[in-house]
Design a protein around this ligand. Structure first.
Ligand SMILES: [Zn+2]
Ligand SMILES: [Zn+2]
Length: 132
């Protein structure tokens, strides 16, 4: 279950969607991130683990260690300087905006009351829009 809050600027109407769960991923041998969008999905990440390690059997402790070493969660971030939206894992990624290179990224779940980067006049107000 993921809840979505939509933040809307009170002045220019700029909208940003914020999903509560983020985007969990595992990294493969080449450093590419594979996303597992359904946190309740049991088999998909385990199949990935088997493919990556060559293990026939999934031992729960080794599987959890694999998540610790190779896994993460990308959240949605908004640059409060230039308004660019981006996905980052704050534990692993550089938290600077790729657009303006300022360290002004803010998690989109925490935009309530913040000044809108597009018009710099309005502030964001959140509204719950969807549960999927
Ligand atoms: Zn605005
Ligand atoms: Zn920026």
């Amino acid at each position: 279950m993921a809840a979505c809050t939509q933040f809307t600027c009170s002045h220019c109407g700029f909208k940003v969607d914020a999903w509560s769960d983020g985007n969990p991923y595992l990294t493969d041998r080449d450093g590419k991130r594979h996303f597992f969008y359904h946190p309740g999905d049991y088999w998909e990440p385990r199949a990935f683990y088997q493919q990556q390690t060559g293990c026939d059997e999934v031992r729960e402790d080794e599987y959890l260690a694999f998540w610790k070493e190779r896994g993460g969660n990308e959240g949605d971030w908004l640059c409060l300087q230039c308004g660019r939206q981006t996905r980052r894992d704050p534990k692993r990624d550089r938290m600077r905006c790729t657009g303006c290179s300022k360290p002004k990224l803010r998690n989109t779940n925490r935009l309530e009351g913040r000044t809108c980067p597009k018009c710099r006049k309005g502030i964001f107000r959140g509204e719950m829009t969807a549960i999927s």
